[in-house]
Design a protein around this ligand. Structure first.
Ligand SMILES: Cc1ncc(COP(=O)(O)O)c(C=O)c1O
Length: 383
């Protein structure tokens, strides 16, 4: 179109070139298609059903007491509760609108234009666009996929460090692989960070969701350089509440809060208040142990069902996802014609690099949904 002859109001309107990152994610696409086609949704990672009573009771009990802005760092009661729970000081904590905003704030705080951020691939989908929005370059370090499961390639990680590398982003337990990094792996990562003076972003939203060894918090190994990210939505099965947090090294915390204030100012006050009450109750009442038992049982149900359908399955050490290999499977076709939504492995890799047939399935759904999905998969895969 020739802009000299087309009136301004008819010219196509364009946002900044950053809006190239605004495409709908495959997670939203799958959830939308699952609803449209009545499919069992094992795609997006959110629990089906209501949050626990201890959280809902806490919400009712605080009604009318916390309805105005909190300080940008968060409601004091929540910062205190988190400090106790995470064994840090309240001054280190910034409460955010979910882990997503926490990660966004850290990208603003830590990544410079043209600097590189190392992260493990397969990679949770928001890390790359957030780095790109800060002008930084996301660099994927591969995790090897063998019949025994996923292993981070730490030799490759060392090789990928350049003079431009600024930060290591480690997600533990890891989404989508379910890998729980061993202490030895984390110590090697910390050694590398110290050697090259890199920041560590530790996305530990699944810190209470593990099925074997408990994950070691990275901030305990490298308190001087680790920014921990957490999520009440993941811990307390309320992903729509959008309450998350950052634990920063003490001397960085005020600046982190200062950046978060420009994005959302503060997380919703009533929800912060309810989470402040619920966190110690969850710890004291054995809620997380029950959660692990219940998710562990569902993970085993889905894994053994998939194996009996002939799929190669990687058993996760943590998170509420498992991965499997289903070569030749078209996930978009399956959601419409097979009645089951899963996430294709390509969502977690740069174009063309995902292992053939990799899929991710969320098992944070009721057992009856998992059984229904297995029944449908059996029919779909055999026709
Ligand atoms: C690894 C990881 N980090 C962060 C998030 C985002 O958490 P939130 O819902 O608290 O923003 C998710 C959500 O799926 C996740 O899997």
């Amino acid at each position: 179109m020739n802009s000299e002859v087309v009136p301004a109001q008819l010219q196509p309107r364009r946002l900044h070139s950053r809006s190239a990152l605004a495409a709908e994610s495959i997670f939203s696409v799958m959830s939308r298609l699952a609803t449209r086609h009545g499919a069992v949704n094992l795609g997006q990672g959110f629990p089906a059903g209501s949050p626990p009573t201890l959280l809902l009771d806490a919400l009712k009990a605080q009604a009318g007491t916390a309805d105005q802005y909190t300080a940008p760092a968060g409601l004091p009661a929540l910062r205190e509760a988190l400090a106790l729970d995470l064994n840090v000081t309240a001054e280190q904590i910034t409460v955010t609108c979910g882990a997503t905003e926490a990660l966004h704030t850290l990208a603003d705080a830590l990544y410079g234009v043209g600097e590189e951020v190392l992260m493990f691939g397969p990679v949770f989908d928001i890390y790359r666009p957030q780095a790109l929005l800060s002008g930084a370059v996301p660099v994927l370090c591969p995790m090897a996929l063998t019949p025994e499961g996923w292993t981070p390639d730490l030799d490759a990680l060392e090789r990928l460090v350049t003079p431009r590398t600024r930060a290591l982003l480690v997600n533990n337990p890891h989404n989508p692989s379910g890998h729980v990094f061993t202490r030895a792996e984390l110590e090697r990562i910390v050694g590398l960070a110290r050697q090259h003076d890199l920041w560590i972003i530790a996305d530990e939203v699944y810190d209470e969701l593990y099925f074997g060894e408990a994950p070691v918090p990275l901030r305990e190994l490298a308190p001087e350089r680790t920014f921990t990210v957490g999520s009440a939505g993941k811990r307390l099965e309320a992903t729509g509440w959008r309450v998350g947090w950052i634990v920063a090294p003490l001397d960085m915390a005020v600046q982190v809060t200062g950046l978060h204030q420009w994005a959302t100012f503060c997380a919703p006050a009533p929800l912060q208040s309810a989470v402040a009450t619920a966190l110690p109750l969850a710890r004291e009442s054995g809620f997380y142990e029950d959660l692990r038992r219940s998710y562990g049982a569902r993970m085993r149900l889905l894994a053994s069902g998939l194996r009996s359908l002939g799929l190669e399955v990687q058993t996760p050490g943590g998170s509420y996802f498992l991965t499997a290999l289903a070569p030749g499977l078209d996930t978009l076709h399956m959601v419409e014609h097979g009645g089951v939504a899963v996430i294709p492995g390509s969502a977690f890799y740069t174009a063309g690099t995902a292992p053939e047939g990799l899929i991710r399935l969320a098992f944070c759904k009721p057992a009856r949904d998992l059984l229904r999905a297995l029944e449908r998969l059996e029919i779909y895969l055999n026709t």
